[in-house]
Ligand binder design. Structure first.
Ligand SMILES: Cc1cc2nc3c(=O)[nH]c(=O)nc-3n(C[C@H](O)[C@H](O)[C@H](O)COP(=O)(O)OP(=O)(O)OC[C@H]3O[C@@H](n4cnc5c(N)ncnc54)[C@H](O)[C@@H]3O)c2cc1C
Length: 275
């Protein structure tokens, strides 16, 4: 905590969290990266992919299997802190993405990478539980991100469609378009109300697993519906980089995928509903 947390808080230490692997994303329990104890070290071998900040990171928290025989398998997962520059830890390709170009997403490789046992975060075999607990916060943040993008997209589209005149009238005044805008505004309002309520629950320290999974399943999908309609209302200009809606539409596409897919969220809610 003394060594890394102040730097994490000040921004001097850029962190990454490496769970996803080429062979598995949604099924975290199936990760293959292993860490074997050898004297005072763990020796890590494996590959990670799609890691945000993978290139820029100074410190990466790596989900590894410390017990490959654990039953159920998720009980064999632990979290290890690996500093950039550690021999055997290699930053791989910076991946070319559809959007989110301001943030790097990369592959990471671990070949006989030794880290001291002291780099274990928390207790061995508890990694899955730590991740499940803290991912609720990430899912809340990504839902907020999707919600605020939907709000911004609608605002810029209302402005554009009031200013753009076709057949002698602003396009917002064609009833079809008015209805589209009203439908989007309604969905956005529903999202905002649900999210505000959820944020209050989170601040109050309540268990938000079910509601945040619902939010993560619905709000990013809603934001993508909004993105599609907003580009459409911009016509050809919506496809041009000089109009911000173009970038928004590209960037928003990933939100139903990262931090737990829409389908993954529905699996969680379904289980909690006893289905
Ligand atoms: C830009 C970006 C940044 C990312 N950053 C990180 C990061 O920092 N750290 C990290 O560890 N990972 C990161 N990821 C990875 C991300 O979390 C995974 O892409 C995601 O978990 C899905 O895994 P996958 O891509 O392997 O898809 P898969 O797990 O192969 O899933 C493919 C499809 O099957 C669906 N599916 C899976 N299970 C079920 C089911 N039971 N029922 C129905 N459908 C199902 C999925 O929802 C998806 O639609 C990032 C990804 C992207 C694109």
């Amino acid at each position: 905590k003394k060594r890394w947390l102040p730097g994490c808080a000040s921004g001097n230490i850029i962190t990454a969290v490496a769970m996803t692997e080429p062979g598995t994303g949604s099924d975290l329990a199936a990760i293959r990266t292993i860490a074997v104890k050898d004297g005072k070290d763990y020796v890590i071998n494996g590959q990670k992919t799609f890691i945000s900040n993978g290139i820029n990171c100074d410190l990466v928290i790596v989900a590894v299997k410390t017990d490959t025989k654990a039953e159920p398998p998720f009980k064999g997962i632990s979290l290890l802190c690996v500093e950039a520059g550690t021999p055997g830890f290699e930053k791989g390709r910076k991946l070319d993405k559809m959007g989110f170009h301001s943030q790097d997403t990369a592959e990471l490789n671990f070949v006989d990478c030794r880290v001291p046992v002291a780099n274990l975060l928390g207790e061995e075999g508890q990694g899955f539980f730590y991740l499940m607990k803290k991912l609720q916060g990430e899912r809340l943040v990504t839902s907020i991100m999707a919600q605020s993008m939907a709000e911004a997209m609608l605002q810029m589209t209302i402005k554009y469609s009031r200013e753009r005149t076709i057949f002698g009238k602003p396009i917002s005044s064609f009833q079809h378009n008015t209805f589209k805008i009203v439908e989007m505004a309604t969905e956005i309002e529903l999202g905002r109300t649900f999210l505000d309520n959820l944020i209050c629950d989170y601040i109050a320290g309540e268990d938000i697993v079910m509601k945040v999974s619902m939010a993560k399943a619905w709000i990013p999908e809603m934001a993508n519906r909004v993105a599609y309609q907003c580009v459409q209302l911009h016509g050809g200009y919506g496809y041009m980089e000089e109009y911000p809606i173009c970038r928004f539409a590209r960037d928003v596409r990933v939100i139903p995928i990262f931090a737990g897919t829409t389908e993954g969220m529905k699996v969680i809610v379904g289980k909690m509903m006893g289905l």
